[in-house]
Design a protein around this ligand. Structure first.
Ligand code: CP
Ligand code: NVA
Length: 300
């Protein structure tokens, strides 16, 4: 593993190995065991979109490992004024040990990896959010003990989260069902892959998706960059919500997850969100541990 560009590049075993290291790093941190696996290493963090969790967990994470994180807002970089990504990649490779990037097009992340000579980590694109899903898998394993044959149901937009969760769930032998409105399906190639390689279902019926679920997941109706579609989406996604009424169709010990930020009253009710705040914020915390593991794997 040279980069983390998307989850489909990783084998089941590579994912498990990251999760095992993440568990170890979490244990060490909770027990005051300091380590500097990345002493002196420098991670550049390019952001073309807003972030709370990704920015703070990467910056804190590299610091805790003895390294240094540079926050690089695209509005301050020449990339924001049109300098090609292939030049940015070659320049940053001369200064840094790794790059994390949050941007729009997946191609930009792939190009950064292609033209640079240092590891690249995808911190979210319109297509994928692999770091989030590693933290999600870590959290599911903490709560459920194992993955095999768990049912994950995703309610809402077939976006970057749906794409990456589908791959992560199927690779770990969970079943994956998505309920989304017509026209908002996940990536077609990934759905084909999922159907071929595991137990994958897509439906427009929210209750059918939730039925018997061990893990319920949802995300915003309008992702970053889709602000112009907000009103249309608020109309199209009515009913694609996890709420007190439909959660009853899930298993009694269902976990509810959300990558955050959450829009209460849209994809999830305030009541369900607060009832499941424990797992949702454990999930957010696990971003730190999972990404520390990714950085150790790639930068050490
Ligand atoms: N879940 C997530 O990536 O959060 P941020 O947008 O705050 O980084
Ligand atoms: N789908 C959301 C995820 C945010 C972490 C977005 O892309 O805005």
């Amino acid at each position: 593993m040279r980069h983390l560009l998307k989850l489909s590049d990783l084998t089941r075993e590579e994912i498990l190995s990251i999760l095992n290291l993440a568990d170890q790093l979490k244990f060490e941190r909770e027990n005051g065991i300091k380590n500097d696996y990345l002493k002196g290493k420098k991670l550049g963090m390019i952001f073309q979109k807003a972030s709370t969790r990704t920015r703070v967990s990467f910056e804190t994470g590299i610091y805790e490992l003895g390294g240094y994180g540079l926050f690089l807002s695209s509005s301050d970089l020449q990339i924001g004024r049109g300098e090609p990504v292939e030049d940015t990649a070659r320049v940053l490779s001369r200064y840094l040990d790794g790059i994390m990037i949050r941007t729009f097009a997946q191609k930009e992340v792939e190009d950064l990896a292609k033209y640079g000579t240092i590891p690249v980590i995808n911190g979210l694109t319109d297509y994928a959010h692999p770091c989030q899903v590693l933290a999600d898998l870590m959290t599911i394993r903490e709560y459920k003990g194992a993955f095999k044959d768990l049912k994950m149901a995703y309610i809402g937009d077939g976006n970057n989260m749906a794409n990456s969760l589908m791959v992560g769930a199927i690779k770990q032998e969970m079943s994956f069902t998505i309920a989304c409105p017509k026209g908002y399906e996940p990536d077609k190639d990934l759905m084909e892959w999922a159907a071929k390689n595991g137990n994958f279902k897509i439906t427009e019926d929210v209750e059918e998706a939730i039925n018997g679920a061990d893990v319920l997941y949802t995300d915003v109706w309008a992702s970053m960059g889709m602000e112009k579609e907000k009103a249309v989406r608020e109309h199209d996604f009515v009913g694609y919500q996890i709420n007190g009424k439909n959660i009853k169709y899930a298993k009694h010990d269902v976990m509810v997850m959300h990558c955050l930020p959450a829009h209460r009253g849209e994809e999830i009710t305030a009541e369900v969100f607060e009832d499941h705040a424990k797992e949702i914020f454990d999930e957010a915390e696990n971003r730190l541990h999972a990404q520390k593991a990714v950085m150790v794997k790639l930068l050490k």
